[in-house]
Design a protein around this ligand. Structure first.
Ligand SMILES: *Cc1c(COP(=O)(O)O)cnc(C)c1O
Length: 390
């Protein structure tokens, strides 16, 4: 089975992890600091706080921005559930903003309309979490300017977009956001097995992210509330978590980040090749905005509207043919948990229409031309068998 995504591990990655395993520090040691330095070097952000998952990074990002009971957080319905769950973990309310039918990212026009209504109703969001779906940045200039007008903070969920660019700056630079979040799950662009990071240019947010990552505990005398009683002394200043990344993971991350531009350029080469090979098929492919360079985490294709009812048949034929296609994403608001909060099908029709016709084709650096040719041949046959218009 050709999977839809997978990690790319080489001998250097293996050696880097083994080195840590043989060293004095397998967690909270120098590899963690080196990984954070690699992340600030990649993005230009002032601070990187590495944690055990992007889900944890999103949770800490919300907490650092003061999200709590009574807060309102908005995100895209076309995302993994973690982008919305982070607000619920803080006891906050969640709402969604529908997507743009071409980029499949949070639509700034829908955001502007929803903000006008929310202002009249006195329920503006405290935080908006745009998600760089598939690796292409959202329209961050538009979202930032709405943030300034309506007074909300911004967390970029850049889980898909490590190694991408927006407006000439690396994704994660936080030029248009308070905090940006990366994921290092094996299907993402670079991996630490499990792992994530929160990046920011604001010193106070970085301090809070670090504090909350490790139980709310500090050993930093300038942060303490009471006089220290000895070298063993530490203070718990608030309720935090153990969201730390191990040095084994961080060393893998350092080694992987050395190849991030190779990973992204190979994904881009394969995506451009898909664009050419699929051009005569009845499919809508991704739309690239002018001021972004996508990291190409995903390569979704959309069946033409008339074929929405046959997505299942195409999916099954691909899986039977050994091609591990997937579907990203089930609109978050239609999940049972979110329905219990009052959301229902029909609430975000663009995301729902997208979902009804979407298929993610395999895309990862080691897919290779031969693997890709197999995907395309299988898709061609699957579409014909499902009665696609020629
Ligand atoms: C993968 C993903 C996450 C969660 O990442 P983990 O590192 O697995 O916690 C969050 N948001 C989006 C958009 C993702 O794709």
């Amino acid at each position: 089975m050709i999977p839809y995504g997978r990690q790319s591990i080489n001998a250097d990655d293996v050696a880097a992890v083994l080195d840590v395993l043989r060293s004095d520090w397998i967690t909270q040691g120098p590899a963690g600091e080196a990984f954070e330095a690699s992340l600030t070097a990649l993005t230009g952000a002032s601070h990187a706080v590495a944690v055990n998952s992007a889900t944890s990074a999103l949770h800490l990002a919300c907490l650092a921005l003061g999200v709590g009971p009574g807060s309102m957080v908005w995100t895209s319905p076309n995302t993994f559930v973690a982008s919305a769950n982070c607000a619920r973990m803080c006891g906050a309310d969640v709402d969604f903003v529908d997507i743009d039918p071409r980029t499949w990212n949070l639509d700034p026009l829908a955001l502007a309309r929803k903000l006008q209504v929310a202002k009249r109703n006195g329920r503006l969001p405290d935080v908006v979490i745009p998600v760089h779906f598939g690796g292409q940045s959202c329209d961050m200039r538009a979202i930032r300017s709405l943030g300034q007008e309506y007074g909300f903070a911004i967390i970029e969920d850049a889980s898909h977009a490590v190694g991408g660019l927006y407006d000439g700056s690396p994704v994660g630079s936080c030029r248009y956001a308070d905090i940006a979040v990366f994921s290092f799950h094996p299907v993402k662009i670079v991996t630490t097995a499990e792992g994530g990071a929160a990046l920011t240019n604001q010193d106070a947010l970085a301090t809070r992210l670090r504090l909350l990552r490790s139980h709310g505990i500090t050993r930093e005398p300038t942060l303490m509330e009471q006089p220290g009683t000895g070298p063993w002394y530490y203070e718990q200043l608030e309720l935090g978590y153990n969201y730390r990344m191990t040095d084994l993971q961080a060393a893998l991350g350092v080694s992987q980040l050395k190849r991030v531009s190779t990973f992204v350029s190979e994904r881009q080469r394969l995506a451009a090749r898909y664009d050419r090979l699929l051009a005569d098929l009845p499919l809508q492919t991704g739309y690239s905005i002018d001021d972004a360079v996508s990291a190409l985490h995903l390569y979704p294709v959309l069946l033409v509207p008339g074929m929405a009812g046959r997505r299942r048949a195409v999916f099954d034929a691909m899986r039977t043919g050994g091609i591990g296609v997937n579907v990203h994403y089930i609109p978050v608001h239609t999940q049972p948990y979110f329905r219990r909060l009052g959301f229902k099908p029909g609430d975000f029709p663009v995301a729902e229409d997208y979902y009804s016709r979407a298929l993610s084709l395999p895309l990862y650096p080691d897919l290779g031309d031969a693997g890709q040719d197999r995907v395309v041949a299988t898709l061609r046959a699957a579409l014909a068998a499902a009665g696609a218009p020629g």
